[in-house]
Write a protein that binds this ligand. Structure first.
Ligand SMILES: [Fe+2]
Length: 325
């Protein structure tokens, strides 16, 4: 008997970012954030976090301006790639099949695009490189030594996308095409301005928010988040950033949405915003009803406590409006 099932996304795999200053971005993500380099070419660096087994969770590529190239999602089963190809095509999406790429460690993958213009890639097969003896953890369930370098984030957590299109339409697309469940959202009289969605028990693997009225880039990344085990680790991360000459953008503080303890910092090489993230809650209920935050609650939804304004940057190297997809 053949068991029929809908294809499923298992998890967030990686973000591929362009940076106009690869050397400085590499310093930030390797020496400050504490990611480990797994592969490198003249124009690209592949990195992953201490707990991660896959080839990479971040790609930095040299380019003339900072932008998000695409986000990669791992599907649950090898056959789900074919299932998604059929489903996405039937739903009217253009899907391109990409042959296995040994440089980035991926087997066959699919390329597609959200209506907002954000680009995605789906994969199942991926290389899982080992770790050099000197960097290997004594823990058999962990790749690299704890606190090997810098902040030493544990794993990628989520990506937050900004759109100038209707956010609700993007949320619906994510549900109908990739099976993401809406967990929390912010509703205003003018419409839904943000939604937090997941395929895992995390409150969000992806968020899609309304870009501000000043925004000229239609598909932008607001931030990429990496996980730490607890709030004290995030406070330690703030110290490490300041000692490295990087003044946090916002935080530490607590979001109402997802109940995250957070710190925002920016890569001085690109301006890409990174969230150092901990705490939060998990969802196990199969019948979870999306939590609606209205106008009366919006301040709490965004920042339950902690600084509410971004720290203005004067450093010319900090570019803050160019992470277009
Ligand atoms: Fe976030």
């Amino acid at each position: 008997m053949t068991f029929q099932h809908y294809p499923e996304v298992a998890k967030l795999g990686a973000a591929h970012l362009f940076t106009p200053d690869l050397e400085k971005s590499l310093w930030f993500f390797r020496d400050v954030i504490g990611l480990e380099v797994t592969a490198q070419t003249e124009t690209k660096v592949y990195l992953r976090a201490a707990m991660e087994r896959e080839h990479h969770s971040l790609v930095l590529e040299a380019g003339d301006r900072a932008r998000l190239d695409h986000v990669s999602w791992r599907v649950k089963r090898p056959e789900d790639l074919e299932g998604f190809h059929t489903l996405l095509t039937e739903n009217g999406n253009e899907v391109a099949v990409e042959a296995p790429n040994r440089e980035d460690g991926y087997g066959k993958s699919l390329r597609l695009q959200m209506p907002s213009g954000h680009k995605f890639r789906l994969y199942y097969d991926v290389d899982k490189p080992g770790v050099a003896e000197a960097d290997r953890s004594v823990l058999l369930n962990q790749r690299y030594k704890s606190w090997n370098r810098g902040i030493g984030v544990r794993r990628i957590d989520h990506v937050n996308l900004w759109t100038t299109e209707n956010p609700e339409a993007q949320h619906d697309w994510l549900t109908q095409n990739l099976g993401f469940k809406l967990r929390e959202f912010i509703q205003t009289p003018g419409g839904r301005v943000g939604g937090w969605m997941s395929v895992t028990p995390l409150v969000h693997d992806v968020a899609v928010m309304q870009a501000g009225p000043h925004e000229t880039t239609p598909a932008r990344m607001h931030h990429l988040a990496f996980w730490l085990d607890n709030a004290a680790d995030v406070l330690r991360a703030a110290d490490i950033c300041v000692e490295a000459g990087i003044i946090p953008d916002q935080g530490p503080g607590k979001h109402g949405v997802s109940q995250a303890f957070f710190l925002y910092v920016r890569d001085p090489g690109s301006g890409h915003r990174v969230e150092i993230f901990s705490n939060g809650y998990l969802i196990f209920d199969p019948d979870w009803e999306p939590v609606e935050w209205g106008m009366d609650d919006i301040a709490t939804a965004l920042t339950m406590w902690g600084p509410t304004d971004y720290v203005p940057h004067t450093d010319d190297n900090i570019m803050n409006t160019t992470t277009e997809a």
